[in-house]
Design a protein around this ligand. Structure first.
Ligand code: SAM
Length: 366
């Protein structure tokens, strides 16, 4: 008997859709079915879905039908949607893709919709969640009163985008963006899937020397290690709490974290193959040491330590800083705006000497 096709849906930060699509395709065992707003729909044969690092969350598509409409009376359409789900088949698929067995100790659901409606998200959640819980013989946890769902409940998600109603079941026990390593944190620490996308964009190769000159809790270096084991990973930070946090998070990994000022790095010229960094220009963390009031020193050090074929992938709050890059021989080769917890930073790839000089150097070598 032919197994019905099951779609997986990976959700991500706005702006990372193509990075997520790239990561899915690079597994070599998945095909992409659609790329939408903050999501990629895909099919895969084996358990790759739970290993995606640029995803915020990964789900099985439980059911998809047309959107129900904007009126309270339309909510009955959602009851039908919840009744149409093949719960047993879904539980089997979840295990096949590496998820836990069963539906946990209960059901919790989070809904979102586009467009004006005469009902709210809790009406949607309660309508669908109660039917699912009754069908599964499990308790239902409503989010209506603001209490977080108890651990152990299976996580569901419902999206109404004006065209489709999509009901999803989380594949793992926890959202994919939560990392087991990230037990310690600091203000301004990077969202791990964004760090993973930056490491992916850096095209890391074993043997390369990778630097984060303002490493904070170490997220970029840790994600770089998972992307490409065998790189030499080096982080500096002025703040002792940040360094302690990074060492704790990176325990057991080949990552060196030292005291150092990103405005005067204790490294020789042309000694680093890749730089990954979100420098302290944001609202949450201010620049200290030699960078205080002098962001150009960060740019100068970046240009000084990168090798001729070096590449930097950085997250900046705005494009204005790029004015420092070009005169130093650093060319932006890709810019992507993200939407991240209320801010809109730019993910930027820079290469050294992208112009004539670089082409001449490369030509000489071949
Ligand atoms: C935005 S945070 C980096 C967050 C980090 N990527 C993470 O995931 O946790 C910026 C870091 O720059 C550090 N910093 C500020 N001024 C510095 C300087 N002159 N040299 C090195 N680090 C500096 C801060 O202590 C802070 O940890």
């Amino acid at each position: 008997m032919r197994t019905p096709r099951v779609f997986l849906v990976a959700r991500c930060v706005r702006g990372l859709e193509s990075a997520l699509g790239t990561e899915i395709l690079r597994t070599g065992s998945a095909t992409i079915d659609w790329i939408g707003h903050r999501e990629v729909g895909f099919s895969s044969a084996d358990g790759i879905a739970l290993r995606l690092r640029t995803a915020d969350d990964v789900f099985l598509l439980a059911h998809r039908r047309h959107d129900v409409g904007p009126h309270r009376s339309d909510l009955t359409g959602l009851t039908e949607l919840a009744r149409a789900v093949d719960l047993e088949g879904l539980v089997r698929e979840r295990v096949r893709h590496g998820g836990p067995p069963g539906l946990g100790d209960g059901i919790e659901i989070s809904a979102s919709f586009l467009g004006r409606r005469t009902y709210n998200r809790y009406d949607v959640e309660d309508t669908v969640g109660r039917v699912l819980a009754e069908r599964a013989g499990l308790p239902y946890h409503s989010r209506r009163h603001g209490e977080p769902p108890p651990p152990g409940h299976s996580g569901w998600r419902l999206t109404l985008d004006g065209t489709h109603a999509g009901l999803l079941l989380r594949l793992g026990r926890r959202p994919a963006h939560r990392r087991a390593y990230k037990n310690a944190t600091i203000p301004g620490t990077l969202h791990p899937p964004v760090a993973a996308a930056m490491a992916q964009a850096a095209e890391l190769r074993p043997g390369q020397r990778v630097l984060d000159p303002c490493c904070g809790a170490g997220t970029l270096l840790i994600e770089a290690h998972h992307r490409a084991p065998g790189t030499t990973l080096l982080g500096f930070d002025l703040d002792p709490t940040a360094r302690r946090t990074a060492r704790q998070n990176a325990a057991g990994l080949p990552i060196t974290v030292d005291h150092g000022d990103a405005g005067a790095l204790p490294l020789p010229d042309r000694s680093v193959d890749r730089v990954l960094c979100n420098p302290p220009w944001g609202e949450q963390v201010g620049a200290g040491g030699r960078l205080a009031g002098h962001p150009e020193r960060w740019w100068h050090e970046l240009a000084r330590v990168l090798t001729d074929e070096g590449r930097a992938v950085v997250l900046l709050p705005e494009a204005a800083g790029l004015g420092h890059a070009l005169p130093l021989g650093l060319s932006p080769v890709h810019v992507q705006r993200l939407s991240l917890f209320g801010s809109s930073p730019l993910l930027i790839h820079l290469e050294r000497g992208r112009g004539i000089g670089r082409r001449r150097r490369l030509a000489k070598r071949t």
